[in-house]
Each structure stands twice: as structure tokens, then as C-alpha cells.
Write a protein that binds this ligand. Sequence first.
Ligand code: NAD
Length: 313
Amino acid sequence: MSTPAAAPPVCVLGLGLIGGSVLRAATATGRRAWGYNRSAHAVEAAVADGFDASTDLAATLARAEDARALVVLAVPVPAVDSILAAIAEHAPNVALTDVVSVKGRIADAVAAHGLSARFVGGHPMAGTAESGWEAGSADLFRDAVWVVTVDDGTDPDVWQHVARLALDCGSVVVPAESREHDSAVARISHLPHILAEALALSGAGGGDLALGLAAGSFRDGTRVAATAPGLVDAMCEGNATALLEALDEAIDVLQAAREQLADGSTGDLTRSGHDARTRYEQRQRHPITGIVPGDDNWIELLRAAGRQGGVWK
Ligand code: NAD
């Protein structure tokens, strides 16, 4: 059994919507917390709001290394590699997590920089359509789900530090293996975007008459197609492998429905789709108990608990 020390200070790299909200939420719990942002504008705004922030990445990381801080990587995917290189150079011994919405490729990038031993991935399932420091809030993660990864070789102390941070931010923690996470979010987030875009196109293909008749089912089914295309591209392209698998399954379902309809029935699709939606509405979360990070088989046990709807509170 492992008994982690008191919650470490928190160092957030990237002070946009998510990183800025982590800095605010961590500070609000009384933890020592500071952050780095590349642009001076966000740093000036954070400092003006009373937070501890800098544009000097090397100095911010040296401070994290000295304080044995938990470093939170909160930049977009294209920026991850250069920030990891800086961490490997200036803070190779810190505990490290991230908030990026795809997990497998971040774990691969962390491994490529030799930082896996003290890395545990994270994904707070919270956000808004806004970005930047000004959009953040200490309450953004309240009552949200925060995935904390349990990959092979995960350090139990770092896992507990990352889970503690998520809980301190007001979330519940769902443990999941990185690639299982990517597969799950492809199905419940990225595929819905693709299908909504396709449905919007189908409606527009009917011209002004079709769009003029559109009511609730078209509005609800296409709601996320109103998202800025660049954001959808970044999400979908960042999780392409898992999304392709989910998309292939959906195409098979549509193809089977097409064949059935040509024979005069949509029965199989409507019944199984209705059952699946009912299962979603009736899902329940239960607290994970009796698993101690570091005990025998804890990684497998936590993954299984997460799969079964368990949350770490
Ligand atoms: P954001 O645009 O609000 O903030 C991004 C931050 O990264 C900014 O402070 C920017 O200055 C910084 N940055 C960008 N490029 C950089 C570079 N090359 N070097 C250094 N810093 C750079 O975005 P966000 O919504 O806070 O997203 C941050 C991360 O959180 C992303 O990886 C995203 O996948 C993840 N995430 C976003 C949401 C959401 O709903 N927005 C939800 C969960 C997770």
C-alpha cells in the first residue's frame, strides 16, 4: 500500500480556458499554485487577477522541480511536444499530468521524452465554447467527470496526486486506460460531431423548403454542428484512429438500416437504438471502494471499476 505525502503545489503550463481554470481552482483550495503562459497578455491578466504567473517557461519549471510540484500540461496538442522537451530539460523529476482531450498520443509523446515514470494523464470533461484566460473559472470543473488514466506502470502516488487535484477542483474521477478513454470519447463526443455535420448537410440538401420545415429533431440532432469548424477538426483529427473505428461501426449500422428499409422495415434500428438511449438515461454512478492504489492488481481493478460506472470520490 502507498501513502502519498500531502498534496503538492501545482504548476500549470498554459493559462487558457482549462489551464486558467485549474490555476484558479487549485489556488482556491489553498494550495500553492503558479502558472506559465506563452503570451504576455494572459500572464498580465492572470497577475492582475491576483494569480502567480510568468512568461518564463524555464524559470517556471525550475521552480516546479525545486518544489516537487505537480505539473499540469494545459496546452493544445500541437504545443505538447515542445513543452515536454522543456520539462525533460528543466524539471525531469516532477509529477506530471495533462488535461488534453486525447490520451493515447499524449502518453506516447510523454514516453518519447522519457517522462512516463511520473506521468498520469487526465481529461476533465468540462469546457465552454470560449477560450483564453478570461473565459476560465474556479468552478468550471464542479460536478464534472475528470478521467485519470491508469496505464501499465502507473505510479500509485502520482495517480493519487492527480486524482486529488481533480477532486479538489470539484470533479469526480473516472479511472480509465488511455486508449479505452480515446475509444469512449470517439463514440460519445467525436462521432456525434461527424453525424451532426452530415445531418446538417442532409437537411440543407433539401433546400429552403426542408430548412423552413425543420423543427426539434433537426435542431437537436444538428446542435453541435454549430461548433466552430476548427475546434471540431482539432478534436476529430486528434483522435482519428479511435474515431475511424467508431465511424466504421456507425456506417455498418446505417448500411444495415438502409438494406432493411429497402425491404420495408426500420424495426431493428429503432428498437436497438431506443434500448441504447434508455440505457444511457438509466446509467448510474457508484463510488469506487476497496481499491488501494499500489496494492496488488490495483491498475486492473481501477480500470474495471471505471468501465462499470465507478467513480473515485
Ligand atoms: P485555450 O485556447 O483556451 O488555451 C490554450 C493555451 O495554450 C493558451 O493559454 C495558449 O497561450 C497556450 N498555447 C497555445 N499554443 C502554445 C504553444 N505553442 N506554446 C505554449 N503555449 C501555447 O484552450 P483550452 O480550451 O484551455 O485547451 C487547452 C487543452 O485543454 C487542450 O489540449 C484541450 O484539448 C484541452 N481541453 C479542452 C476542453 C475545452 O472544452 N475547451 C475540455 C477539456 C480539455
